[in-house]
Each structure stands twice: as C-alpha cells, then as structure tokens.
Design a protein around this ligand. Structure first.
Ligand code: G3P
Ligand code: CA
Length: 270
C-alpha cells in the first residue's frame, strides 16, 4: 500500500527517551559549532541536532539562520557567501541575549562547520538529527545531503540499533524529496502549534505524513497524552522541542514523548 508505516524505513526507537542536543550543547557553547557538538558528546547526548544551508559554492554549512547576522559579527545570507568567506567568520552566542554573549570571550574563535567536517569528527560515535532549513531556497540541497550521508556511511543503524541519522524539516516538500531519493533515512516532520493550542492533525494530514515520515518534532507546549498516544498507534515517534528546564523534560517523559530537543544535554543529570 501507500502507507509507509514502521517497517519500511525504520522508525526512530521508541523504547528509549532520547536526549537530543539542540544545536549541540548550545546553552553552554555557541550553537552549531564543533565545540558545541564536542560538549554534547561529553554530556552523553543521544543525538545532536543541527541545521544546514547551502553556500554560494554549493557546500553544506551548519548554521541555524539563513543570515549570518544572528550568530556572527557579519551580515549577509549564507547562500550569498562562499565556504571560504563563511570560514572567516566566528560564531558567537546570539546577539539578542546579552548575558550569554558576555560569556563568549574575544579570545575564543568558533568556526562555522560543514556537515562533512561534523561527520568526519563525530560520525563514528554520535548520531544526528539534521534539519533542512528552508530547502526550497536551496535547489538540490536534498541530493547533496543524501550524497554526504552516503560518503560518510551515516545511513543505517549504530551498534544499539538506533538510526545514525534522521532528517527533520518544517518543509514537507523537502522531506518528500529526500524520501524520493532514499527510503532508508528516518524522516521527522516538524510542526509548530500556537502557545495556547493543543496538537492535532486532520485525517488527511496524518495519512499524508504516513506516506513518508517516521515521526514528528512538535513544540512541547502543545503536546498532550491523547495526541502522543494516537501518533504511537500510527507508528510515529514524537519528539518535543525545545526544552530548557528539568521539570518540563520530566513532564515530556511522563506524557509519553520519545525524547526532547534541549540546549542542555545534562538537563536530567541531577
Ligand atoms: O529541533 C527542533 C527545532 O530545532 C526546530 O526549531 O528554530 O530551533 O530550528 P529551530
Ligand atoms: Ca533546528
């Protein structure tokens, strides 16, 4: 049939509550940097979440915003810069949070990594959730991503039978394009709900999701026990984003979420 279900491209694991390091250990080290991923690994995160864009010369660059002004001193779109131009920049904590910015001393330099550099350094020991950011702005990014996953042997499972990589996006189109290219990579559809809204999907939306997705990433405020239960009945895992306090992390665990995206991979250590 047309419903993909669990068997076809391997669900995300549902037994373990996954701690997903959102942009690395981004509460402590500038986000989406090798140093941030290094700390996430040290803090024993199950997955590292990162965001990708395409540079002017077609390289997969790891950064959250499409514009470099959010996390560097420079201005301009990643898509308008070559990789070597991007490499001249240093990543900071976000400018809007003055407290955090002060933590980052001027002597510390954090480069923008490529996806290949990330896999080269961490691919053997760490699993990843890769977010396709605005893929419609980067024609061909899905092909480049799948090629890079193959090049670094990141499609398939680790020794604990967890997928080495899952791909997530708010873009249905981007995820469906990946599914056309390769059916062995778990795909997670990101969905945001308004603060005061409970998570819900129409039958049509759910049926369409089941043709390509293994799970969902949902803004945590909207998650409810019945919604998560229903998704599980359909074979879809549910990950909550983005959690910064232990109380909310424990609540997500209690209501049955499969894991959390958090800026603090040590959130449940105490
Ligand atoms: O991982 C979920 C989350 O990353 C989606 O939002 O803006 O942090 O990429 P954002
Ligand atoms: Ca993200």
């Amino acid at each position: 049939g047309c419903s993909k279900g669990e068997a076809e491209n391997g669900p995300m694991p549902s037994e373990d509550f996954l701690i997903i390091a959102h942009r690395g250990a981004s509460a402590y080290v500038p986000e989406n940097t090798l140093a941030s991923f290094d700390l996430a690994e040290e803090l024993a995160a199950d997955y590292i979440e990162l965001d990708i864009h395409l540079t002017k010369d077609g390289q997969l660059a790891v950064m959250h915003d499409a514009d470099v002004s959010g996390t560097t001193e420079a201005n301009g779109k990643i898509g308008g810069l070559t990789l070597s131009e991007l490499k001249e920049l240093s990543v900071n904590f976000r400018h809007k949070d003055e407290d955090k910015k002060a933590v980052n001393g001027p002597s510390e330099e954090y480069a923008v990594p490529t996806l290949g550099e990330v896999f080269g350094q961490f691919g053997d020991n760490m699993n990843f959730i890769i977010e396709l950011k605005d893929p419609e702005d980067y024609p061909g990014i899905e092909e480049k991503l799948v090629d890079t996953l193959k090049q670094y042997d990141m499609i398939g499972f680790d020794k604990d039978r967890h997928p080495k990589v899952a791909i997530q996006s708010f873009s249905k189109k981007g995820l469906k394009r990946v599914y056309e290219l390769n059916q062995d990579i778990p795909l997670l559809k990101l969905i945001s709900f308004d603060d005061d809204e409970e998570a819900k999907l129409s039958k049509k939306e759910l049926d369409e999701l089941l043709t390509y997705a293994s799970g969902l990433g949902v803004s945590y405020e909207a998650l409810t026990v019945p919604f998560i239960k229903k998704m599980h009945e359909k074979g879809l895992s549910v990950y909550a984003y983005t959690i910064i306090d232990a109380e909310t992390a424990l609540k997500m665990m209690a209501i049955g979420a499969n894991g959390i995206h958090t800026d603090r991979p040590d959130i449940l250590d105490k």
